[in-house]
Ligand binder design. Structure first.
Ligand SMILES: [Zn+2]
Length: 217
């Protein structure tokens, strides 16, 4: 499995610093559990963590400053300690959910539009977090929406395309207030993705309005 889309430096830094809200942090840790590339990036960020993260708010950190700091580090001998992964305990539609979700309570699928179903996940340590599984049929357009804060998505099954980008299982998608997207699901089959939404979300269009009541904001 080739992973082509990863969390941004900013998001991974916030994760390393423990400042990412619980919902997005869960999606990032799900991505990390299957992405050796990001495990190495995280190890690098944690290596500099004591230095810059305690002095600088990650949001205020320029990517240039980060690159310069990382360039000074010799990471060649660093070995990322990866603890053994527990087995997945939850399945939905025959799909074993990543073990990072083992402690979550998965709600039933609710139809929120033609070909679109949504299931709420309850995160035990953050029950108010907006974490959902979204299942959309092949070739359908996902509900269009714009954001005012942060939305992160991890593809678990199937694929979708958004402009020139195609997202497949293992890929991580990050939206922010610049994004106003409505991706199209791949023709090979339905797509299931894990998403966390922070802040106020304005859904547009018919499907979006149907989804709105299921997302607490
Ligand atoms: Zn990654």
């Amino acid at each position: 499995m080739t992973i082509n889309h990863h969390p941004s430096d900013q998001t991974l830094l916030r994760f390393a610093a423990g400042t990412l809200p619980a919902g997005p942090a869960l999606v990032v840790s799900t991505h990390l559990s299957g992405c050796p590339f990001c495990q190495r990036r995280l190890a690098a960020f944690e290596a500099v963590g004591g230095d810059i993260l305690t002095r600088t708010r990650p949001e205020a950190l320029s990517s240039d400053a980060l690159e310069r700091t990382l360039a000074r580090l010799d990471l060649s001998h660093r070995v990322t300690a990866i603890s053994p992964r527990p087995s997945p305990r939850i399945s939905i539609d025959g799909l074993a959910l990543p073990s990072t979700l083992n402690d979550c309570k998965v709600g039933p699928w609710r139809t929120v539009g033609a070909g679109v179903k949504l299931s709420r996940l309850v995160v035990p340590h953050a029950p108010a977090a907006n974490v959902i599984l979204l299942k959309v049929k092949a070739n359908k357009r996902m509900p269009a929406h714009g954001h005012t804060d942060l939305e992160v998505t991890q593809v678990l099954k199937g694929s979708f395309s958004d402009g020139d980008n195609r997202y497949q299982p293992g890929d991580f998608v990050e939206g922010d207030d610049e994004t106003d997207h409505s991706p199209v699901i791949g023709s090979e089959g339905e797509c299931i993705s894990l998403a966390a939404i922070e802040g106020h979300v304005r859904f547009h269009g018919f499907l979006g309005k149907l989804i709105q009541p299921f997302v607490r904001i």
